[in-house]
Ligand binder design. Structure first.
Ligand code: DAH
Length: 352
């Protein structure tokens, strides 16, 4: 097949296309799945072996030339269309352009913002801490020594050890910021009262399923003062849950074990789905476990530079995903990190 003659003919046709629509039709005829140019390129397979390289090269050259000519002609038509629009005088350059799409806040951010708002209104201060944490702050300072079984339960992502720096890890909870904050303040001669919250990201080497994630969000709370008692803890938690779940709540405490609190509790809230009557979500018990908490262990206060004979405190560690799931009735924790926009767009910002 004479590639040169075909090339000339196709280029003439491109040059002769009368308008953008004709050009588009021509493009389909030449370059569509069964297009003439494509057929030319494919016809190489029917040739004897020795002729193939030269023909293949020529045919591909023709294809590139035709594509370039089409592109150039398309741009000419676009220029002409723009010029015509401008000449017609009904083009308004002051008209606002299309609005850039606006994202929405992640549901965890929304709930965290609300909680921060609430706690700061109660006099709590927002504290922050590193996600790459030392073994000391994540475990030892919290009364979890090296051989303690509680370390096992926190499937830790350990980092490569650095000579002279001790062992580092991705923090498994926000509790290390309790001791960091107490140390930072008491080092400069500050004494309680102290009320802080610590929202933050935590990591555990978990197998991911409906209720477990390797990356999750907590909000730690710590209150230290003279005569702080379990009654203060319950009151604070009740207030917080009432606001965040948008209804009156009942709570109950069950014993829970965490080395950094004594006594430690699991705090339950009456089931928001059945109001306490019993349903599949609360496994017919009427209660839902919502957060662990307790009275700060004397060892932890001492580690933070505070005299446990003078001051006492309470602490809590709220799993933010859990609160968000309860609030919006979400049943799969993997949604949060899944990046599915259809999920994320369902949470309009709350304006109060
Ligand atoms: N840090 C604990 C965890 O992630 C949760 C926790 C329990 C935090 C009791 C507390 C607390 O402050 O008092 O497993």
């Amino acid at each position: 097949m004479d590639t040169t003659a075909r090339r000339e003919q196709w280029l003439r046709e491109v040059a002769a296309a009368a308008d953008a629509a004709a050009l588009a039709a021509l493009e389909t005829r030449l370059l569509g799945p069964k297009g003439e140019v494509q057929e030319l390129v494919r016809s190489v397979t029917s040739l004897p072996k020795e002729e193939r390289p030269a023909f293949g090269k020529a045919a591909n050259g023709v294809k590139l030339d035709v594509e370039a000519a089409l592109q150039q002609r398309r741009e000419q038509f676009a220029q002409q269309a723009l010029a015509a629009e401008l000449a017609a005088g009904d083009f308004d350059p002051t008209e606002p352009g299309p609005r850039p799409a606006r994202g929405t806040l992640h549901p965890i951010t929304l709930v965290q913002n609300e909680l921060v708002d609430l706690f700061t209104s109660m006099g709590f201060q927002w504290e922050d801490g590193p996600e790459v944490e030392s073994e000391y702050f994540n475990f030892d300072a919290l009364n979890i020594p090296g051989d303690h079984p509680a370390r096992e339960s926190q499937d830790t992502f350990w980092l490569e050890p650095h000579p002279g720096l001790g062992r580092n890890l991705l923090r498994t909870h926000t509790s290390p910021v309790q001791v960091r904050t107490m140390q930072r303040l008491t080092r400069h001669g500050f004494h309680p009262p102290l009320k802080v919250i610590v929202p933050g990201r935590c990591f555990r080497s978990e197998t991911v399923d409906k209720t477990h994630e390797h990356t999750f969000y907590q909000m730690e709370g710590l209150v230290v003062d003279r005569d702080v008692s379990t009654a203060n803890l319950i009151h604070t938690m009740k207030t917080c849950l009432r606001v965040i779940l948008e209804r009156d709540v009942q709570v109950r405490l069950r014993p829970g074990f965490f080395p950094f609190v004594e006594p430690g509790f699991e705090l339950d809230v009456n089931c928001p789905f059945c109001g306490g009557k019993g349903c599949p979500v609360c496994k017919q018990s009427g209660w839902i476990e919502i957060l662990p908490c307790g009275m700060v262990h004397p060892h932890v206060l001492r580690e933070g530079g505070i005299d446990p004979e003078v001051h006492t405190g309470f602490a809590f560690g709220m799993g933010l995903q859990r609160v968000v799931m309860l609030r919006y009735g979400i049943d799969d924790i993997r949604q949060f990190m899944g990046g599915d926009l259809r999920f994320l767009r369902q949470f309009p910002e709350v304006t109060r």
